[in-house]
Design a binder for this molecule. Structure first.
Ligand code: ZN
Ligand code: ZN
Length: 371
């Protein structure tokens, strides 16, 4: 749901149009109906942001089932999103509601990644006349292609992160700890209008920067060391993702070479972002540059991922992803080099695939100097 009082100028999203697109996607997976239990997917289809609920996407109707805590919220969020959905409120197991909705339906898709073994057995009992089909990515396939409203929210989240980093960057020179700097970023996100941080903000200096997903520690940021800062904000559910590597003073020449290699690799990767280009080209461009510098084994993670309602979602940017990039996808490009015990560098932007090439949403400067 939009929050007009905080963000008055957000481009509207076409939430209502998602029902039919997901129905088509379910059909491609040979399902006549889909039981949506992943709460992010529930939100995607209905606008409902509550912590409990599921959606029945039948051949002719969309039904949101939630409990009495959410009676009012489910009505107001789905009507703000202009979604044609029947809402059922119950504090009991919705066996009768679902069995009635499923009358005459042959094949019902379950979201394999979000249905537990116990739930699967329960649904088999509830839908005894139907065939249950495990599915993967039926809704997620649709979520990959963002409309203008979704991109607008991500652009705002990215702009908030840019502003927060500009504000906090000078703090690094004052001997603060990683945790203090991370907290300052998180606080700035909220003050600037974000709902929250998109994930646990990473601030990692010196040898800690060699650990790609370390959490901020109480180690003070020192002079002449590389500091990795990986951050994102959330606006109306949509996330941004950006990493910058900075240094207070001049790092040693080898660390500088690590940084410059990563910065160049990232630029080369972003340049490959174009509709129709294999996703793997982005990965290849980054890896080729890092390999040439002799650090192939020090680039220990994937090159990027889709971003949206989840921080990590389809598509994955890696060597095996040979499918073409499509207009409306939003991905990260984030090569890194990590030399244990010494230093690490990563540079990451959130990038939209457009007809005219890559559109970066994250704009913070990629200079090492903190101020
Ligand atoms: Zn990141
Ligand atoms: Zn990322």
């Amino acid at each position: 749901m939009t929050k007009p009082e905080i963000l008055p100028d957000l481009v509207p999203m076409d939430v209502a149009g998602r029902t039919e697109r997901v129905r088509v996607s379910a059909g491609e997976s040979q399902c006549d109906a889909l039981l949506v239990t992943n709460l992010v997917n529930v939100r995607y289809l209905t606008g409902f942001t509550g912590s409990a609920g599921l959606v029945w996407l039948g051949p002719n109707e969309l039904v949101l089932i939630t409990d009495r805590r959410y009676a009012e919220q489910s009505e107001s969020e789905s009507s703000q999103a202009s979604v044609d959905v029947r809402i059922e409120i119950t504090n009991d197991a919705p066996k009768e509601i679902l069995a009635a909705a499923a009358t005459g339906v042959g094949r019902i898709g379950l979201e394999a990644a979000s249905v537990s073994w116990a739930d699967q057995r329960k649904y088999a009992e509830w839908f005894e006349a139907a065939e249950l089909v495990p599915t993967a990515g039926v809704v997620e396939r649709c979520r990959q292609i963002k409309d203008d409203g979704e991109i607008d929210r991500m652009a705002k989240a990215a702009a908030i992160a840019d502003a927060a980093l500009a504000e906090v960057r000078p703090m690094l020179a004052d001997g603060h700890t990683e945790q203090e700097v991370a907290l300052a970023l998180d606080t700035a996100f909220r003050r600037l209008g974000a709902e929250k941080s998109a994930f646990t903000t990473i601030v990692a200096g010196g040898p800690n920067a060699a650990l790609p997903h370390i959490r901020p520690t109480d180690r003070p940021i020192g002079p002449n060391e590389l500091v990795i800062m990986d951050m994102g904000a959330v606006v109306d559910g949509y996330r941004s993702d950006m990493t910058r590597t900075v240094s207070v003073g001049e790092p040693d020449p080898e660390a500088q070479r690590v940084f410059e290699t990563v910065r160049e690799a990232q630029q080369l990767g972003v340049e490959q972002v174009a509709p129709g280009a294999p996703i793997s080209d982005v990965d290849k461009a980054c890896r080729t540059r890092i390999d040439a510098a002799g650090w192939a084994d020090a680039f220990v993670h994937g090159t990027g991922h889709g971003v949206g309602l989840d921080i990590h979602e389809q598509p994955w940017v890696r060597a095996t992803a040979t499918e073409p990039l499509e207009v409306g996808q939003v991905i990260t490009v984030e090569p890194g080099v990590y030399l244990p015990g010494f230093c690490g560098a990563r540079v990451e932007d959130t990038v939209v695939v457009t007809d005219s090439g890559p559109r970066r949403l994250t704009h913070s400067p990629k200079t090492l100097a903190v101020s």
